[in-house]
Ligand binder design. Sequence first.
Ligand code: TRP
Length: 319
Amino acid sequence: MALRYLSGVQPSGQLHLGNYFGAIRSHIENQDGAFYFIANYHALTTIQNAEVLRKNILDAACTYLALGLDPERATFYRQSDIPEVTELSWLLSTVTGMGLLERAHSFKEKKARGLPATMGLFTYPILMAADILLFDADVVPVGPDQVQHVEMTRDMATYFNTTYGETFKLPKFELGTPVPVPGLDGEKMSKSYGNFIPIFERGKALKKLVMSIKTDATPLEDPKDPEKCSVFALYRLFASPEQIEQMRQNYAGGNYGYGHAKLALLDVIQERFADAYAKYDHFQSHPDEVEDILRAGAKKARAVARNRLDAARKACGLD
Ligand code: TRP
């Protein structure tokens, strides 16, 4: 049996190049038989504006579909269409110690950043464990910030299994090879730093962002060090080996300015996403199609979830 991949993406705003190279690309490469979903219940811990959330959910769905998620190959759904998730969360919360949740880095970090420490934020890892355990996931591909949550999922599955008998499979996390994606200011590209380039930014707005990438003050005539330049770091993510080699020579040769490099970067970004732009626009203007896809995905997902939830209910004596 092939391993079952499962992961969720929070609809927390426009997805950016950091999300693309960090997660989305590998989700799409590993989509056969996989379960991918839009974690909109989780998003309620940070977004409490209905209109914004609706827009972000559609945007996340259009992004995945445009970049090649195929609903025939993967099961693609909205978390909130699976009520079994919240029911299992309750069962798991009764075997999970507060101490485990108090050790979560993500909770501590969000609280320190000033997010309201609601029960939702505190019990976020339980909801995430339910997402994973309901579907017998083998592998959960995540970024480094989510590894602890997958480990906590294993802990919760173990508590449940030892209390009530073998019910849940223990998932493993998978950390892809880290791909450094610098943001406009040279720091890691991140939503919370406000230094990101949205995948589906286009035209003048995209050009403006690319031209604003921070570079050093080396004069135009002088040779430049590609290894110290964010423009080059981004360029190499998109360009072919020959293009990368050419760009290295341009940097080394002098008389090649950062402005030139930025225009070359703009070209390769637009080439990479040309097909995706067209698909994205199609889905954005046909939200009914997206809705149908997500509902069909939820139907498939719920059939699996129901089975596992029934087993869990039975194990606790709720059958
Ligand atoms: N917490 C994850 C994030 O912010 C999103 C998520 C929710 C998730 N449920 C999940 C990821 C289950 C993997 C598996 O990135």
